[in-house]
Ligand binder design. Structure first.
Ligand SMILES: *Cc1c(COP(=O)(O)O)cnc(C)c1O
Length: 386
């Protein structure tokens, strides 16, 4: 008898040999600039908590208070009896925040992307995606059953060539801020092309919302684009908002369609109401606390200037995501471990998250970092042969 699991050990060994093995570190402190892992205090440059809200006292207080009022579990999916006043209020506030008719909350960004694309498209339609899009956007495109094409990163000519004249729908999908590169999508050009081709444009702004734009409205606020220009906007709440969950914002028609058709919305338990309440507080802070965005930008500038002086091969990014290209996966892991020894948590990002030969250290900044953290990191990078 051949056991179905016989091949697995070999497969794992192959992953290990290529330097692609992934393992988890157990964190025993709250998220923040200082985290404790294996009884070691580390300065964290790996988190997506860009504004330092994950452990903000006001956000935590809202969460606790909401637990007293609503308990923990939401009890069911939104369409059964899990859609609370907290979810509803959060949706209305997110719609206003993004300048859209409505917003719909999802349990995670991964599910929002799977749900939206497969609700909007099916056989006979086509979806075009930037090659560097987040895995959930690619998976959503594949799940939809539409004709699926990837275009070269931010290459409008390549995209244009791949759009086929068809009877069905055409959806163009892109990250707003690319999660492993930190650069921005060319949204004004993409939206013009979408109009010309009678296509819909969908933007996942997981890394732009809260961080870019005068009031944290993200990449669309940064470019001054409206609902007409980008009809489908996805945001996640586990990054700059510091909590958990996601949302889709757009027209009333879009949101009603999703409520009827998005399986990742319909067939899953709603977020705990307390998470929605905590997010309402973090949304207020995102809008009001300009100092968080200002500080983040200053820290990034300081880092880039210092990295330039050290001759490090930083990628062209002005965002909170500052990747340092290494190339070889094993080498990236080695450098990440050396940094760990020196007290810095910076993860090595390897294939298949990024392309082969493009392993990198993904250094991310938070408004909670101090200038001295940046300087200490630069010293550590200087002392390691990269
Ligand atoms: C993190 C991320 C997601 C997934 O969001 P979760 O809420 O963590 O599931 C989706 N898209 C992009 C671009 C992301 O970076």
């Amino acid at each position: 008898m051949v056991s179905g699991f016989d091949g697995l050990a070999n497969e794992l060994e192959q992953i290990r040999l290529k330097g692609l093995y992934r393992s988890r570190r157990v964190v025993s402190s709250p998220q923040g600039v200082n985290v404790e892992i294996d009884r070691k205090q580390l300065v964290n440059f790996s988190s997506n908590d860009y504004l330092g809200l994950a452990n903000d006292p006001e956000v935590v207080k809202s969460f606790k208070k909401a637990c007293d009022n609503y308990g923990v579990g939401s009890g069911s999916a939104h369409l059964i009896c899990g859609h609370s006043r907290s979810h509803h209020a959060l949706e209305e506030e997110l719609a206003e925040f993004t300048g859209r008719e409505r917003a719909l909350s999802f349990s995670t960004g991964y599910m929002a992307n799977m749900g939206v694309i497969s609700a909007l498209l099916g056989r006979g339609d086509q979806v075009l995606e930037d090659r560097l899009n987040h895995a959930s956007l690619l998976d959503g495109g594949l799940l939809s059953g539409a004709r699926f094409k990837r275009y070269i990163h931010n290459d409008l000519d390549n995209l244009n060539n791949k759009i086929q004249p068809i009877d069905g729908r055409t959806l163009m999908v892109t990250d707003g801020v690319f999660s492993m590169d930190g650069d921005l999508a060319l949204l004004p050009e993409l939206s013009a092309l979408a109009a010309e081709k009678n296509a819909w444009l969908m933007v996942d702004d997981a890394h732009g919302l809260g961080v870019l734009g005068d009031t944290g409205g993200g990449v669309l606020q940064h470019y001054g684009l409206r609902q007409q220009d980008v009809p489908v906007l996805v945001g996640t709440l586990g990054k700059a908002f510091g909590t958990f969950g996601a949302f889709v914002a757009g027209s009333d028609l879009l949101i009603e369609t999703l409520i009827q058709k998005a399986r990742a919305y319909i067939f899953t338990t709603a977020l705990p109401a307390a998470v929605a309440e905590a997010t309402r507080t973090s949304l207020k802070l995102v809008i009001a606390d300009n100092w968080r965005r200002d500080k983040l930008n200053q820290l990034v500038k300081r880092f880039r200037a210092g990295a330039g002086q050290l001759g490090l091969s930083m990628m062209p990014s002005d965002s909170a995501i500052q990747p340092l290209l290494i190339g070889d996966s094993l080498q990236a892991v080695k450098i990440s471990e050396k940094l760990l020894d020196k007290g810095f948590l910076i993860s090595a990002i390897r294939p298949p998250t990024v392309a082969k030969g493009e392993a990198r250290l993904r250094i991310t900044f938070s408004a909670s970092h101090q200038e001295r953290h940046v300087d200490q990191l630069l010293d550590a990078l200087d002392s390691i042969a990269i």
